[in-house]
Design a protein around this ligand. Structure first.
Ligand SMILES: [Zn+2]
Length: 288
């Protein structure tokens, strides 16, 4: 099945009270692990690509080529969207050009008027090409490719203003942050989430920084209208941990254990297990 935009899968998720996972990719193993798990669990999935990861993978065209090749050669039949994560205005245009099916324009660092203006222009282009567009209101804390935010909460009225422009999905800061949560984190702000949901109605809401948010908070967020949850760091930690264990056990020095197909296998399996766990938690299993 060819890439699809994220509109239909997220509309269904919002109506069905579950969430679709966005799993960020970094290389071939990552992408293959996520796609195979989605297929095995019959779940829709969104592959996230940050601008940094896009550069690392040689550029957006390489990413599109790799993903499209896998969809065909792995016989992936579940809905898959290829989504730019935290795109700049220029990055958004480059990904539209390269063949992504979904774009996030992160204009949260612009004054709201400029965020509105640039978002409007990109909505026009995405509508014309049949792509979905995610916008962000209120910067999400932690590190987003080198930009450190403080974990603030979005203004629900600004969320409504951006939602009304016709974006497909809306990311709003509700105290969530990227990366590992600090010990003194006070949790998600469900009052703000409820106020945003109240004003934006059917708009699918996006929760960034899914790593380390306790399961009960994830479930409550889904109840309050979150239909897309971004997972990145958790797969990285699982991959690193499994790879370290393999090497510390000296397995790379036994037989042909140095073969990258063997060396990277435990990390690959660890990503699959993490994705499976998240899809089960988010409720997207058998929703393809
Ligand atoms: Zn994010």
């Amino acid at each position: 099945m060819a890439l699809v935009n994220a509109k239909e899968m997220l509309t269904k998720a919002k109506e069905g009270h579950y969430a679709v996972g966005q799993f960020n990719i970094n290389n071939l193993e990552w992408t293959k692990a996520i796609l195979l798990t989605a297929q095995e669990l019959n779940s829709p999935v969104i592959l996230g690509v940050s601008e940094g990861a896009g550069k690392y993978m040689c550029g957006y065209k390489t990413v599109v080529g790799m993903v499209n090749g896998m969809l065909e050669e792995l016989n992936i039949t579940v809905p898959v969207a290829l989504h730019l994560d935290h795109g700049s205005y220029e990055g958004a245009k480059a990904c539209i050009e390269a063949g992504f099916s979904s774009i996030m324009f992160d204009g949260s660092h612009y004054p709201i008027e400029e965020n509105v203006e640039k978002t409007k222009e990109l909505i026009g282009i995405c509508n014309q090409k049949g792509l979905s567009l995610e916008a962000e209101v209120g910067s999400i804390g932690g590190e987003e490719d080198g930009v450190i935010g403080a974990g603030e909460c979005a203004d629900p009225k600004e969320c409504k203003m951006i939602a009304d422009l016709g974006v497909t999905m809306l990311a709003a800061g509700i105290g969530n942050i990227h990366g590992k949560y600090p010990a003194n984190w006070t949790g998600l702000n469900f009052d703000v989430l409820a106020a945003i949901q109240e004003l934006t109605g059917k708009m699918p809401l996006v929760l960034h920084g899914g790593t380390g948010i306790p399961s009960d908070m994830i479930k409550k967020a889904i109840d309050l209208g979150v239909s897309k949850i971004n997972v990145n760091t958790e797969c990285q930690l699982a991959f690193a941990d499994a790879t370290r264990k393999y090497i510390e056990a000296g397995k790379d020095q036994q037989g042909k254990g140095f073969d990258p197909r063997k060396l990277l296998a435990p990390g690959f399996e660890a990503i699959k297990a993490t994705v499976k766990e998240k899809m089960e938690l988010f409720g997207s299993v058998n929703k393809a």
